[in-house]
Design a binder for this molecule. Sequence first.
Ligand code: A2P
Length: 270
Amino acid sequence: MNVAMKGEEVAQAIPANVFAEKVTKVEHYTDRLFRFRITRPSSFRFRSGEFVMIGLMINGKPLFRAYSIASPSWDEELEFFSIKVPDGPLTQHLQKIEVGDTILMKKKPTGTLVNDALVPGKRLYMFSTGTGIAPFASLIRDPETYEKFEEVILTHTCREVAELKYGQDLCEEISNDPLIGELAAGKLKLYNSVTREDYPFQGRITDLIENGKLFTDLGVPPLDPAIDRGMICGSMEMIRDTKALLEKNDLNEGANNKPAEFVVERAFVG
Ligand code: A2P
């Protein structure tokens, strides 16, 4: 990585509100998506589902973008799932990171995709597209999610089949995990659909909600504000359209200080 500064130079340049952490793992899924893991500072606390500002030193200056933390709050490391934008100010560099490189992370996490922002319910829908699955990758590994809900339905829609792999691997890992696997058994369901390639489940999540296919495929009743809760993460357009559908079904948007039936967050690109 030629643009990022290493060692001493980084240590001198980082501001007091920033951690400098090491990359421990990088995995590329497609030419558009990859995940990476970094060391976790012992003082860093967050709630599963929150995001943080992640950055690199680029030509001597720190450049940050918001990233949802994909690992649960109990994990020893921090995981992120990222898009690769060829001329994206940060991701054109971030996609080249290797194990041992330094990643900058601002110290304060925040976010609305947290269990606390929802009123109690029975069934939790997590609607995601692309890298928008990241906060849910955190929440589906958190025992609290299964304490609060009887059923957790994660929907992940991507353009291509290969882009579904991150979420599929994760759900497989969860089912094999001695602790979370037991909590998630019979509760966690992954619903995948693809929009630009052949796949058994086809179409945008908004269309699948609107025409009812999502509910028929899952064998659950249509959205009911008395028992169903939602979290939405994807592009701005996906969030806008999915939110409109939930509102049409009488679910209201909540926030940390005003819990309600659903919450939204943008997936951050660039
Ligand atoms: P489509 O292929 O029809 O655009 P992206 O990588 O661009 O964020 O897209 C991820 C997924 O989100 C794609 O399957 C895409 O479908 C879908 N998508 C894009 N815009 C919307 C929207 N407004 N509502 C629902 N899904 C959307």
